[in-house]
Design a protein around this ligand. Structure first.
Ligand SMILES: Cc1cc2nc3c(=O)[nH]c(=O)nc-3n(C[C@H](O)[C@H](O)[C@H](O)COP(=O)(O)OP(=O)(O)OC[C@H]3O[C@@H](n4cnc5c(N)ncnc54)[C@H](O)[C@@H]3O)c2cc1C
Length: 376
């Protein structure tokens, strides 16, 4: 009999899974989103490494309008005064079909929603109660509708509410004592960066990432600043801490700014119900310092889909084993980058820069540090 799935949450993970099911299987499924619409916030860039472009190609990403994406050639590592430390060639990870790609998050969401929007997406849905019925899971939503399904997939982000219905043990995300500020640059003329590349500026307790998000080379900026508390009304004083290190950066923060606190999940905890799976940030929330959150959301959706499509036995344990192995690898690198990108002491910064210059030229190091992630 055909399996029926409920996917909870229409972010990158949930939408990717919906597309994989729709285009490559005959399972029945419905995507339940708590908001009344999809968040198509324009000014938020996203980087997608070749590992996830390979998977997105399975659902037709190759057909996306070329003007709406960009393939950065490399990464320039700079100090906060905009002086080059070293650079990394990103094209070494590319293949003809799978290139390192940057784009607006909204472009990705628009692409992912296209084939599932009308028939498979329901808005304003929040789980009220779950129970087991005839070997299936009965989900009741707070608008008094319900669904009886074989499998439930929690794709509802780092603060997953789905977990609270199925798990006794909480997997509370932790505040990393860092804040992210992002914007699209109003003008790039005063910031002297190579707009063919990703520019990573490393400062005292902060780092900035600039990259083009389309062929017009609109530049996205994400700035991560360490601070003990998140107070939205204090964002200006945080920016001052960055600008005091390089006054030319003031113009970078002239546009519409959005800020949010950075959370991560310290533990990777398995689902205790063999009919329930977690993908994306609901499985594990990473720090953004390897730009792999969306990539891992896409990978986790694919790994889960592949197991159910091939009707594998022991899907539950296999999924957790494979996913946690991969998540631990990515987490380790993202955590290490987080430390290295934010040294406050100038001596530590000098030592880091020395090692970066040395390591970035070592093929075996790059292949093991990044190749294992980007070429999966
Ligand atoms: C500063 C920053 C920069 C980043 N940059 C990058 C980058 O360059 N590249 C990259 O790969 N990743 C990046 N990421 C990470 C990436 O954005 C996330 O990891 C990714 O979006 C997670 O996708 P998701 O679908 O798992 O969760 P989410 O995007 O959080 O989506 C969850 C969905 O579930 C819905 N939902 C929540 N609760 C419920 C509920 N109770 N019922 C129903 N629906 C619910 C939400 O409304 C939402 O639509 C960045 C993150 C940060 C913080």
């Amino acid at each position: 009999m055909k399996k029926k799935l409920a996917i909870i949450g229409a972010g990158i993970a949930g939408l990717t899974l919906a597309n994989l099911i729709k285009k490559n299987s005959d399972f029945e499924f419905m995507l339940y989103e708590k908001q009344e619409s999809l968040s198509l916030d324009e000014g938020y860039g996203i980087q997608l490494s070749p590992n996830c472009i390979k998977l997105l190609n399975l659902i037709g990403f190759g057909k996306i309008n070329n003007d709406e994406i960009f393939h950065p050639k490399g990464v320039d590592f700079l100090n906060i005064k905009n002086k080059k430390i070293c650079d990394l060639d990103l094209t070494q990870f590319n293949t003809k079909e799978c290139k390192y790609t940057t784009l607006h998050r909204s472009t990705l969401i628009e692409f992912l929603k296209d084939d599932v929007y009308t028939q498979h997406l329901r808005f304003g849905k929040k789980i009220k109660e779950v129970s087991e019925l005839k070997g299936k899971v009965l989900i009741k939503f707070d608008d008094n509708t319900n669904d009886l399904v074989d499998l439930v997939v929690g794709a509802d982000g780092i603060f997953s509410n789905t977990r609270s219905f199925f798990e006794k043990k909480k997997n509370e995300p932790k505040f990393k004592k860092a804040i992210a500020i992002r914007t699209i640059l109003k003008s790039k003329s005063e910031i002297n960066i190579d707009d063919e590349k990703i520019s990573l500026m490393l400062g005292k307790n902060c780092h900035l990432v600039f990259y083009p998000v389309n062929k017009d080379k609109e530049i996205n900026l994400v700035c991560i600043i360490r601070d003990k508390k998140y107070e939205p009304e204090n964002v200006k004083s945080l920016i001052e801490k960055v600008v005091s290190q390089n006054s030319n950066l003031e113009t970078a923060f002239k546009g519409d700014l959005k800020s949010w606190p950075l959370y991560f999940t310290p533990k990777i905890i398995p689902s205790t119900n063999n009919k329930v799976f977690y993908i994306g940030d609901a499985f594990n929330g990473f720090l953004p310092t390897l730009a792999q959150g969306a990539g891992q959301s896409i990978e986790s959706a694919y790994e889960f889909f592949n197991l159910i499509k091939n009707d594998k036995t022991d899907i539950h344990n296999t999924y957790f084993k494979e996913r946690s192995k991969r998540a631990k690898l990515v987490r380790k690198r993202a955590n290490l980058n987080f430390v290295a990108f934010h040294f406050s002491s100038s001596i530590m910064q000098a030592i880091r820069n020395f090692f970066m210059k040395f390591l970035v030229k070592r093929k075996s190091f790059i292949s093991s540090y990044l190749g294992t992630i980007y070429r999966n």
